[in-house]
Design a binder for this molecule. Structure first.
Ligand SMILES: NC(=O)c1ccc[n+]([C@@H]2O[C@H](COP(=O)([O-])OP(=O)(O)OC[C@H]3O[C@@H](n4cnc5c(N)ncnc54)[C@H](OP(=O)(O)O)[C@@H]3O)[C@@H](O)[C@H]2O)c1
Length: 329
C-alpha cells in the first residue's frame, strides 16, 4: 500500500505532535514535504521526521512538493492565505484551529472548498477524541437528561514573552482564539449556537485578550460559563450538568483526561477511564483520510458550517472584549 504523502506548512510545536501521531494510524503515512519560515528550524524538523522536500516559499512548495494533502499549522493569521492557495490547486487541507481569524475569511475558504470541490476541515481535534465521543454518547442516550449548564475553562500560563505569537496581534494572539475556542466548541457541540453571548476580558499591553470570561445563554434557559487565560493555569474539569445528573471530564478535559465521571443523582457515580496511544491527533487525521477516500469535501463530524458558527461566535466575543486584528479587518 502506497503511503499518503503529507505536506506540512508551519513546522512548529503542534506540527511536531502531528507528525508523531501519524505513526499511530493503521495505514502508511509519510511527511513528504515541509514549508517553514526559519530555515534552521525547518531543516531540523525535516531531519527529525525524515522529510525529503524542504521549502521556504509557498508557491514553490505548492508547485513542486509531491503531496496528496496539506496540514496547515502556522499561526492563525496565516491560515487564510495558505489554505486558499492549496484549495485553488485542488490540494485537500486539514487546517489547525481556528480555521481563520474571522468569519469573513472562513466563509471565503468554505466557498473555495466548494468551488474547487476540494476537502477542507478545521483541525478541531478534540471533536474526534474517544473521550468527547463518549460524552456525546452519554448525552445522546439521555443519561443526564436535558442539559441545564456547562462549565469549562482552558487556561495556560504562557511565558510572558512579547515575541511570542500568544501576545502578538499580527499573529492573531490572545487567549480566546488559542484556548477559549475549546470550551466554546464544547458548549456549541452540546447546546448549539448560543442565543445570547456576554463576555469580558483583560487586554495585554499589545491589545490582545490575556483572559476572557464568557457567558452563553440559550432560549430554553440553558447556560454555559466559560473561561480562557494566558496568565494563569487551571486544573478545572469540564462539567456538563443535566436534570438527572452530571458528567465531569477530568483535567485535562481538552486532551487525554484522567477519566470521565458520570454522576447520576439517583444511582451514584461511575468513572470511565480514558486511554489511547499518542497525543490523539490521529483520530482527526483518520477522519480526514476517510473523507478524502470517500470523495467528500467536508466532514460530517466537524462540518464547514460548524467552523463558521464557531468563528462567528468568536468574532462576537472579540468585539465585546474589544480585540481587533487591524491588519486583517
Ligand atoms: N490542535 C492543537 O492542540 C493545537 C495546539 C497548539 C496550536 N494549535 C494551532 O496550531 C497553530 C500553530 O500553533 P503552534 O503552537 O504550533 O505554533 P508555533 O509553535 O509558533 O509554530 C508555528 C510554525 O509556523 C511557522 N511559520 C510562521 N510563519 C510561517 C510561514 N509564513 N510559512 C510557513 N511557516 C511559518 C513558524 O516558524 P518560525 O517559528 O520560524 O516563525 C513555526 O514553525 C495555531 O493556529 C494554533 O492555534 C493547535
Amino acid at each position: 500500500m502506497k503511503p499518503t504523502k503529507w505536506g506540512i506548512i508551519g513546522p512548529g510545536k503542534i506540527a511536531q505532535v502531528f507528525a508523531h501521531d501519524l505513526k499511530q494510524l493503521n495505514s502508511p503515512q509519510k511527511v513528504q514535504a515541509v514549508l517553514g519560515h526559519t530555515k534552521k528550524t525547518t531543516e531540523c524538523f525535516a531531519t527529525e521526521f525524515d522529510v525529503p522536500q524542504v521549502f521556504m516559499e509557498l508557491d514553490e512548495f505548492l508547485d513542486k512538493a509531491d503531496i496528496d494533502i496539506v496540514y496547515v499549522a502556522t499561526p492563525h493569521t496565516l491560515h487564510y492565505e495558505q489554505v486558499l492557495a492549496c484549495l485553488q490547486r485542488k490540494i485537500p487541507v486539514l487546517c489547525e484551529k481556528p480555521m481563520t481569524i474571522n468569519a469573513d475569511q472562513c466563509s471565503a475558504l468554505i466557498a473555495a472548498s466548494q468551488t474547487y470541490r476540494t476537502f477542507l476541515m478545521e483541525g478541531m481535534w478534540i471533536r474526534f477524541l474517544p473521550s468527547i465521543r463518549q460524552v456525546m454518547e452519554l448525552v445522546k442516550n439521555g443519561r443526564i437528561g436535558k442539559i441545564t449548564s456547562i462549565k469549562a475553562a482552558m487556561c495556560y500560563k504562557a511565558p510572558q514573552d512579547s515575541d511570542s505569537r500568544y501576545f502578538d496581534p499580527s499573529l492573531g494572539g490572545g487567549s480566546l482564539l488559542d484556548l477559549g475556542i475549546y470550551p466554546i466548541f464544547l458548549s456549541m457541540l452540546l447546546l448549539g449556537k448560543p442565543d445570547t453571548v456576554k463576555a469580558v476580558g483583560t487586554l495585554s499591553g499589545e491589545g490582545v485578550d490575556e483572559d476572557c470570561s464568557i457567558l452563553f445563554h440559550y432560549k430554553e434557559g440553558q447556560r454555559a460559563i466559560l473561561e480562557s487565560s494566558l496568565t494563569s493555569d487551571t486544573e478545572q474539569p469540564a462539567e456538563i450538568t443535566g436534570e438527572k445528573g452530571m458528567i465531569r471530564i477530568f483535567n485535562p478535559w481538552f486532551e487525554r483526561p484522567a477519566g470521565i465521571e458520570l454522576h447520576l443523582y439517583d444511582e451514584g457515580r461511575v468513572v470511565y477511564p480514558c486511554n489511547w496511544p499518542g497525543h490523539g491527533l490521529q483520530f482527526e487525521t483518520q477522519e480526514v483520510l476517510d473523507c478524502i477516500e470517500n470523495k467528500k469535501i467536508e466532514s460530517e463530524w466537524h462540518p464547514h458550517q460548524f467552523s463558521l458558527n464557531l468563528i462567528t461566535v468568536l468574532d462576537e466575543i472579540r468585539s465585546q472584549v474589544r480585540v481587533t486584528y487591524e491588519l486583517y479587518e
